[in-house]
Structure formats: C-alpha cells, structure tokens
Write a protein that binds this ligand. Structure first.
Ligand code: SF4
Length: 237
C-alpha cells in the first residue's frame, strides 16, 4: 500500500468526508457514497464498480461535462465498495485525480506549493500575459475562480496580499498550484485589464474550456464583484 493512502487511513476511525464523498469503514473494506446520501437506504443507490465511478463523475446533473473534478457538483445517488486501501485510493483517484497524493504532500512540514507568481513565471506563449496582473487583481481573480461555489479544493498557494485558504475551509483536498482553469481565467482577466477591450477569442486549451467570454459566466461575474470590492477598500489591501 502506498504511504499516502496508509497515512490517509490512519486519520479516521469509522468515517471521513473527502470532497463530497463519504467514506465509511465496513466489514471487508470501505463503502463510498455521496455525502448527501448519508442517510439513504443502500437499496436506493446505484452500485458502481471501478471505472463506472469515473464515468459517473464526468458529467453533472443534466449531462453537462465537468471540466473540474473538484467542482461541488458531483452527482449523488450511487455507492461503491473498496476491498482495501489500494482499491480505495483508486476509486478516489477516479473521483478526484491525484487528490490523496496531494493530501499526503500537504501533510509535510513544507508542502510543495507553487505560488501564483512562480507558476505564471513559467508560462510561455499566450499565457505569459497572466504575469501582468497586479497582485490585487490576481487576488480578485483567485477569489473568484477558486470560490467554494466552483471548487472544493483548499487553495494553499497564493499571491502577495491574499492568504491561502485555511484549515477547515472547503474540504480536505488541497490545491498545491494553479490549475489549467485558473490559468485560463487569469489570462482572460489580464486581457480584460487591457485598455482596449480584446476581441472574442476561443479558450486557449480544450482542458480550459470555460465560457469565461460570456458576460454572465458565474466566475466572471464574481470577478467583477471582487474588483468592485477592491475599489472601495483602503489602499493598504
Ligand atoms: S486553482 Fe482554484 S479552481 Fe483550480 S483546482 Fe485549485 S482551488 Fe480549484
């Protein structure tokens, strides 16, 4: 068994919630189900096996593709079983890729966190523009894009002037560096900061397919609110 899942198993006796998944120790292994199905009769839930769980997690209610697995819209109505720790880690990987390994890495005294500045400094091509966001605006973009309405990962990385998200916020799943969606959002935010409004342009990558160009995109609307809040705050922030 990998050290990461061994450490994870050591932090709970009977059950734990990871993201939106309730994990319970059961005779012969572990049961997983959506946390909102905590009290549901087992017979009322669809039993999913192996990669069926991954397929289930790929779409939200209504059938829309879920580009971000840590979005708080995992469908309920299922349960799955893992016979041991290795099987549990695999099922969790289907739901939240890499999350147990990231959780383990975050337990170390010095978690491998990459700040906004370090991350964007590595970017090339059209993503270089993300380096031009002033700290305050980058912070507004982070508060908008990583808001709990859109992502359950707890952001451990940051930018000058904005604290990382604290223990107890959002979920146990850490975020160690900006994701593709955040990078795309920062790129769009930087374009919006330019004095002349940019023409429509498609998302830079398929993975970052986002709809950020639509004025009613929820993240974009939250970004507008965050920027308005900046305008009324004292200059020290
Ligand atoms: S960068 Fe933000 S939106 Fe992306 S996974 Fe991390 S916390 Fe979530």
């Amino acid at each position: 068994m990998n050290p990461d899942i061994r450490a994870f198993l050591a932090v709970f006796d009977t059950e734990i919630v990871f993201g939106q998944v309730l994990i319970r120790r059961r005779e012969g292994g572990f049961e997983l189900r959506h946390e909102s199905d905590r009290a549901a009769d087992s017979g009322a839930l669809t039993t999913l096996r192996g990669t069926e769980l991954r397929t289930w997690s790929q779409t939200a209610a209504g059938g829309a593709f879920r580009p971000l697995k840590s979005a708080p819209d995992l469908r309920a109505g299922w349960r799955a079983f893992a016979a041991d720790g290795a099987a549990l880690e695999l099922l969790l990987h289907y739901l939240y890729p890499g999350a147990v390994a990231d959780w383990f890495a975050a337990q170390s005294p010095h978690p491998p966190v990459t700040s906004y500045r370090e991350f964007t400094a590595r970017q090339t091509g059209m993503f270089r523009i993300a380096t031009t966001l002033p700290d305050a605006v980058a912070g507004a973009a982070m508060r908008a894009c990583c808001h709990a309405d859109f992502c359950l990962k707890r952001r451990l990385w940051s930018v000058e002037g904005l604290e990382p998200e604290g223990a107890g916020q959002k979920s146990l799943i850490p975020c160690l560096e900006p994701c593709a969606l955040m990078l795309e959002f920062a790129r769009k935010a930087a374009r919006l900061e330019q004095p002349i409004a940019p023409p429509f342009e498609p998302p830079a990558t398929e993975a970052a397919e986002s709809g950020f160009d639509a004025p009613n995109n929820p993240r974009r609307m939250r970004f507008v609110l965050e920027k308005q809040a900046l305008a009324v705050k004292p200059a020290t922030e």
